[in-house]
Design a protein around this ligand. Structure first.
Ligand code: ATP
Length: 299
């Protein structure tokens, strides 16, 4: 009997499966836009690093039909517009299973902040379902992940990676060594990734290679990492959003060895060797009315 058939029988006999997963945010230690394709998508070269700032997805799978989503964040869409809804629907279709799915998404990752919040939740949904059902192989899962979004394959598989093409071509890179990370975002700011790419299109620049950052990570050399980190989106977002620059300066003035915007922003992260310095930055930014999190690399 196929695993999906066995699973369907378990549900039919009244089994109810509940599972919870922590879904970590990512930061970009390097992000270059290398080109744009005829279909309008942009190609990138990036180093993505997961951090221990997590949403929590709890799912109950039972006999029946339909997908429901609840969340502590009332701004989050709860229907088909939620990436978790689409992830669950895609998985069930691909596995050939009928089930009732009820999800609770506890959001901590800021929304539309360049930290892949939706993508990591969707990857969490795929993982929960695949652990329970076990119907798909790694390639099939990766292809489902990519159809949900370019960052989802990274969220599904690795804690750090060089990401190329649309972000889905993953290759090995050593992740950040032990350090403290402070992530901050002005409460009033958010950035549409689409708009940010549109602005990049009007920039004139020669793309930089990821190589030096990858070598610094390999050696665990934080000072060489700090001098080679870059994010092309800063060129277009920093002039428009002074609050982003203020957060960056605050992190650096508190002793961050590097501070940079993540993704298309507007969240900014600082990397600290000293826990005391990181705490000082966190407290100072809290006083400036930012969302602030102090965390570590996700292993
Ligand atoms: P990325 O870094 O991958 O560009 P982001 O962190 O900038 O993503 P998200 O937090 O994923 O952006 O949110 C982008 C949009 O996706 C928002 O408009 C949000 O309403 C929608 N969305 C759908 N599902 C989710 C989810 N589970 N969590 C967060 N946002 C979601």
């Amino acid at each position: 009997m196929k695993r999906s058939e066995y699973f369907q029988k378990r549900l039919a006999s009244g089994d109810v499966i509940t599972s919870t997963r922590f879904c970590p945010a990512k930061i970009n230690l390097f992000l270059e836009v290398t080109g744009s394709r005829e279909d309008g998508y942009h190609t990138i070269e990036s180093v993505m690093q997961k951090i221990a700032l997590c949403d929590r997805v709890t799912m109950t799978i039972s006999k029946g039909e339909g997908i429901t989503i609840a969340s502590n964040d009332r701004t989050l869409p709860t229907g088909e517009k939620n990436l978790c809804y689409r992830a669950a629907e895609l998985y069930l279709n691909a596995a050939g299973i009928t089930a009732k799915i009820d999800m609770m998404i506890e959001k901590r990752i800021p929304i539309a902040a360049g930290m892949a919040g939706g993508s990591t939740d969707a990857a969490g949904v795929l993982k929960i379902l695949d652990e329970a059902v076990g119907a798909l192989n790694k390639t099939e899962l990766a292809s489902l992940a990519l159809s949900l979004g370019a960052d989802v394959p990274f969220c599904l598989f690795r804690s750090a990676s060089i990401c190329r093409s649309l972000g889905e071509e993953l290759s090995y890179v050593k992740g950040l060594s032990a350090c403290h990370i402070v992530v901050a975002k002005d409460r009033k700011e958010s950035v549409s990734t689409k708009d940010a790419y549109r602005m990049i299109d009007s920039l004139d620049y020669t793309p930089v290679s990821v190589q030096t950052v990858a070598e610094a990570l390999e050696k665990g050399d934080l000072s060489s990492l700090s001098s080679s980190m870059m994010n092309r989106f800063e060129d277009v977002i920093l002039p428009l959003r002074p609050a982003v620059g203020v957060i960056k300066e605050t992190l650096l003035s508190c002793g961050a060895i590097a501070a940079m915007m993540s993704g298309s922003g507007p969240s900014v992260f600082g990397i600290f060797e000293s826990e005391d310095d990181a705490r000082r930055a966190r407290d100072l930014l809290r006083e400036k009315n930012c969302f602030v999190f102090m965390t570590r690399p996700w292993c």
